[in-house]
Ligand binder design. Sequence first.
Ligand code: GLN
Length: 250
Amino acid sequence: MKKILAVLLVVGLLVAGCTAKKTVQTLTVGTSADFPPFEFVDEQGKITGFDVELMNAVAEKMGYEVKWENADFAGLIASLQTGKYDAVISGMTITDERKKEVDFSDPYFRSDQSVAVQAGNTSITKQEDLVDKQVGVQLGTTGELLAREIVTKGKVYTYDNPDQAFLDLNTGRIDAVINDLPVTGYFLVQNPDLALKIAFVINTDEYYGIAVQKGNTELLNKINKAIKELRDEGKYAEIYKKWFSVEPTW
Ligand code: GLN
């Protein structure tokens, strides 16, 4: 009996040792890398941006390494639900609708919507001006929901990514693009050759969160703890300043 116990103990220790040596675990994270400066593919073909650096830092704190998966925004939640990803970070606004399908971390970024038009446009200056217009949005976004509320007599055009919408705006195929303000602002700065401008901002006061599968509180708690630590240590501010050139205001 003692011998058996001893053997079991040794086996147990071996197993424990192996597990401990398996150092970093992988966290598979889905994102739609078409949303600079939050997530995009750089010239080297690498997924980078504010969200990417934040998530990498969060994962590092938890002792994980991130395996990035790039997909269209509209499909991210479904793929998270089926277990293709452990988490999603993609400038994703925490909404009541989405909360029925996934769980969100504490908010890590505050955003609003913006309306982009051609630089010479003077007829679109307020929300009512959009009612009968051709308005472009990224499919499955809060911008799309807002456009469908506002554009009752015109038409909403959906695109897989915001860049395609901006290009159609540039050629005049559509009259305006409703999209998250920081992303549209960044796009305009990066593409001065396109004569576009922000006509006005729609204050939606939305907050981005990291999504996990419904009920995965263990992972969620770890993520929230890591976000808090990164904020307390100033690492969040460091990443923020790198991508937005200003101190975090929120
Ligand atoms: N914040 C918007 C949303 O959650 C847009 C996100 C995105 O396009 N990546 O719907």
